[in-house]
Write a new protein. Sequence first.
Length: 239
Amino acid sequence: MTFERSFRSIVILTGAGISAESGLGTFRDRDGLWTKYDLSEVATPEGFARNPVLVHDFYNARRRNLLEAQPNAAHAALAALERQWGGDFLLVTQNVDDLHERAGSQRLLHMHGELLKIRCEHCGHVTAWPGDLDLATACPACGNAGSLRPHVVWFGEMPLYMEEIYDALQSCDLFVSIGTSGQVYPAAGFVAEVRRAGRAHTVELNLDPSDGHSLFAERLYGPATEIVPEFVARLFASA
């Protein structure tokens, strides 16, 4: 099947489901890393203030997990779409992993930050950091120890790049949501934002229906490594 029309401006939203087949757990995995922790203790500013050692241990484990993971066919398909698509393209990810970049994606915004970066709460400096982090680590910019944190957006914090994202949602004519539960805002509200603009075709690609699945004009369910390459092939066939 091919699309009945071609598109000029595409916005893709990805969530944890696109990286699950690379070995990175989602929030809902029964035996995943997240289920072993109370999210209020490891993914909030308040939790970090109460027990920074616990939070650093948690994110150190996640960094090590990420460094062992590899991009999968879904990441590769989106990178190929970006390289070959003639119109505007933006990939917005809720994921803090770097698998999109490693697959070749470039026009990419990490709205929830990046796991392999750290930020100094004293001077605001952000730097790449693939190794472990602890309270004794000094900021490479200002020298302060104990002021560094993962460069990720925790619950209760404002996501990044929201102005650029909403501008793209207003002007796109194809919005695709991949591997998201539809439970975490503001990303869960992007499809409603696109529908209000009234100009875009909306598609959900997911393992299971999301909480907002009924808002999408088209829905396809299955493993990301199967349905995302299939969807990209359909886009190229319609161009």
